[in-house]
Each structure stands twice: as C-alpha cells, then as structure tokens.
Design a protein around this ligand. Sequence first.
Ligand SMILES: NC(=O)c1ccc[n+]([C@@H]2O[C@H](COP(=O)([O-])OP(=O)(O)OC[C@H]3O[C@@H](n4cnc5c(N)ncnc54)[C@H](OP(=O)(O)O)[C@@H]3O)[C@@H](O)[C@H]2O)c1
Length: 291
Amino acid sequence: MRERIAIIGRNGRLGAALCRELAIHYEVLPLGREEVDLRRPIEPQMKDIGFELLINAAAATNVDWCESHQEEANLINGEAVAALAELCAIRRVRMLHIGTDYVFDGSATAPYEESDLANPISVYGSSKLIGEQSLLRASDQHLAIRVSWVFGPDKASFLDFMLHRAQFESEVCAVADKFSAPTYTHDFCEWIRPLLFDLPAGGVMHLCNDQGCSWQEYAQCGIDTARRLGWNLKCTIVKPIALNSMSQFVAKRPVYTVLSTKRFFQMTGIHPRKWDEAVDEYVRAKLSAGS
Ligand SMILES: NC(=O)c1ccc[n+]([C@@H]2O[C@H](COP(=O)([O-])OP(=O)(O)OC[C@H]3O[C@@H](n4cnc5c(N)ncnc54)[C@H](OP(=O)(O)O)[C@@H]3O)[C@@H](O)[C@H]2O)c1
C-alpha cells in the first residue's frame, strides 16, 4: 500500500509541483484553500482528512502585502502552522513545512547554516519564523525546510517575468546587489523524497540549488539560455540596478540569504546541482512546452 501524503497549497508554485510529482510514488491528497483555509480554525477542517504525512506548502507569500497585513500574515504563516503541527503531533504523524530564507537579516557574507541566528527584518519573515518555531515546539520529528527564490512551471516567478519582459521590452533591469539561491521545484520534489519516510529528519533544513547569485545574474542566465535556443528577444542584456532604487518595495529585503545545504548533503548524500544548470533546464522545458 502506498503511503498517503496530504499536501496543503495545491495551487501554489511549489505545492502544485509537489502534488503532481509525489503522486507518481505516493497517494497524494491535494488540498487548496477551498478544503483548508489557513485563516479559519484548523481542527474542524482537518478532522475527516486522514494521512501518514502532512506537507504544508501554503503561505501568505507576498512580502509587501504581509508588511501591511501583520495580523493576517501571523495567522496564516504562524498560528495556522502551530495548529497543524499540534494536530499532527497528537495523531503521531510527521509534518513537513516549507520555510524561507527571509528569516535571516541578510548581513552574512557566507551561506547561512541552519544553526545561524534567525533575525527577520520584515513582517513576512517574522510571521514565517513564528510558524517554524511553533512547528518545532509541537514535535521534534517535524521538519521545516527553508527554500529561496522558487521557480518552476506551475506558476510564474521572477524568472518568467524577466523572460517575458526580454521578449517584449527593449530594456530589462534587475537588482545586482541582493544575493540568494534559486530553487527549482522539479529538483526540490526529487530532493525531498528520502526525507519523507526513509530518513525522517526533524528540525530545520536548508534546501535550494547550489551556489548563490544576484537577481541580475539569475535573469541574465535565463535570457542567455533563451537566446541560445533561438527565442526572439528584444533585449539580451539585463541592466544592473541597486536594491535601494526599488522604491516600490514596501517591506525591507535581506541583502544576502544564500543557504548552505550541507546538512541535507550529510543526511542524504545528495548534492543539489548548481542553480544555472537548473535554470537552463527549466528554460529549455519552457520552450518545448511552448509557454
Ligand atoms: N516563492 C519564493 O520565492 C519563496 C522563497 C522562499 C520561501 N518560499 C516559501 O515556499 C512556500 C511555497 O511558496 P510558493 O512560491 O509556492 O508560494 P505561492 O505560489 O504564493 O503559493 C502559496 C499557496 O498558499 C495558498 N494560501 C495562501 N493563503 C492561504 C490560506 N489562507 N489558506 C489556504 N491556502 C492559502 C495559496 O492559495 P491560492 O492559490 O488559493 O491563493 C497558494 O496556493 C511558502 O511557504 C513560501 O513561504 C517561497
């Protein structure tokens, strides 16, 4: 019999990929906000839903929206996670919860390890930290997996917006002094498989593609691949701009949040491939799919 995994966030960028890719190996129960709304009391919504593992990939992810909706952000990213984690602990099943690099203040100069001090500088980051801490308080078997700059075919992200702009606009710019590591949803779905049942790690784990880059390098890499594949682009060079010129940002963004995946490697023996290889594969797949 295949294990039953409930996944909250079935319409999200990462949640949709998890639902589709894990369904090849497990019985997956995809849950959207229609089934489980994280703003409403959790227990009554979950009472008839059975599973051997819960993955929460849902969250209030708009960093600027969170900044002006603190109460709701804390409810969705914090209190709801606590309620889910407690419910799972009572049922003696593990919960995997998706966390973020935005729990860090970005003042580091080398990749962050799980033991580094979290010190969020935005409401989004602090609401996600509340969720993580509540998760770990509920059970030491639960696992918070922090990711960064998620991209994949299920929902447009920064990379898709940049590719779209390069097709239709003569100038494309991106921030060159903020650094993180892209996370390809397809890779993530492969990486987490051993962590589901075979190596049931608890605590916090960082998981993203290898090595860091700026937003500008990330966009340039995608555009370079598209150009090599013969896309008709109006712009082929991404102009660097400074983070402090982004006057439309409401929330503060951490400058450097590259995550170290050393713990993941020690546990599984898997070394995530470098981010530019993943971007290249994604852009090729996007072209083949005609999107
Ligand atoms: N995207 C990134 O670059 C990034 C970076 C670091 C960490 N993360 C973390 O990775 C996880 C997945 O991110 P993502 O990029 O897949 O986000 P996403 O595409 O914005 O998806 C978030 C999902 O959460 C659902 N959701 C929001 N409010 C809800 C509520 N009240 N009740 C139930 N569901 C609700 C949304 O449902 P609807 O579709 O119905 O709105 C959506 O399906 C999140 O935990 C995020 O914090 C993401």
